[in-house]
Design a protein around this ligand. Sequence first.
Ligand code: NDP
Ligand code: GDR
Length: 346
Amino acid sequence: MSKKKAVVTGVTGQDGAYLAQLLLEKDYLVYGTFRRSSSVNFWRIEELGIQNHPNLRLVEYDLTDLSDSVRLLAETEATEVYNLAAQSFVGVSFRQPVTTANITGLGAVNLLEAIRIVNPKIRFYQASTSEMFGKVQTIPQTEETPFYPRSPYGVAKLYAHWMTVNYRESYDIFGTSGILFNHESPLRGQEFVTRKITNSVARISLGMQDVLELGNIDAKRDWGYAKDYVEGMWRMLQADHPDTFVLATNRTETVRDFVTLAFKAVDLDVEWQGEGESECATDVKSGKTLVRVNPEFYRPAEVELLIGDASKARNELGWEPKTQLEDLCKMMVDADLRRNKVGFSF
Ligand code: NDP
Ligand code: GDR
């Protein structure tokens, strides 16, 4: 029997790399897309050791181009398409709202249109986000919670989410939307807060950095492990019907708590003092300031609290998060210690 074929847009990103790995393990032929740039950006698939896998085909592709989307689906003859590509950094979306709308919002529609043109039987996964809940209306958030996005990124994702639902209802396309809460890993980009923290903590403990500066440390997030979450994406496309599912851990912690956990992973106890912009964390033993707040990292509008309820995914897909936050944090700090010791800085 010939192999199942899947397109993974954004294979150079965190989730794209883990999903490609999972699909290869399941014996798929995987077409992973990357953007042309002046230098290659394959460090994640290299870390996972899949860059030379015989069943991984790397395809140059830009999500903002409809004809490229049609060509991608026609040439690969894939039957599953996972749309993970996006301008995914909330902070940047305030400075680049139009680019974010084009990639993160309209980009999904290019793929949906391409499915309609090339093969309406293709199963489509849209990477939706808890950022769509934004200013939360109820706790915990489920598939039924009203949306109130608080950033250009959240608004763009909400548009892509509703277009996925609309193509499902209008054209009977298997369009599924996974509303995923924050998920992290050693492959997380350094601009996101968890990886910024674990990399800085690793560098501070190695004497390579003095202080970590952060924005809103009161923000609360429901953090899971990316590898657990890509399994959920795959399960969504194996279901009988297209639908919308939340993936989350149902535990929320502040950014401040994540910092404390990360320092624990290198055997440093920190103590928090002060309030607001003058809050800081010091090393209990030496009294040295290790973390301070810098308002430069505040956002014009903030999502203060996220906590998800993934009961629907558990009941209908048999999906559950397997990794505790403490283990995830330690895994990330250990990876950053290892990288910094050999001068790796991605
Ligand atoms: P990353 O930022 O790590 O990866 C994004 C990917 O999209 C990269 O491969 C990037 O390529 C690619 N990309 C960006 N613009 C384009 C474009 N115009 N055409 C083609 N590819 C493009 O994100 P994650 O892996 O963390 O997230 C995957 C998806 O899930 C994203 O859509 C994100 O918004 C969404 N999401 C993520 C969550 C999380 O906590 N991680 C939670 C909920 C949703 P390049 O490497 O060249 O920049
Ligand atoms: P988020 O993730 O915005 O939730 O989006 P991020 O890690 O960027 O921020 C989480 C929270 O931490 C606060 N914060 C800081 N954030 C960053 N990046 N840098 C800092 O220095 C800092 N200090 C405090 C933020 O204000 C925020 O409250 C991520 C992305 O992966 C999205 O693509 C995805 O959709 C959502 O998660 C779910």
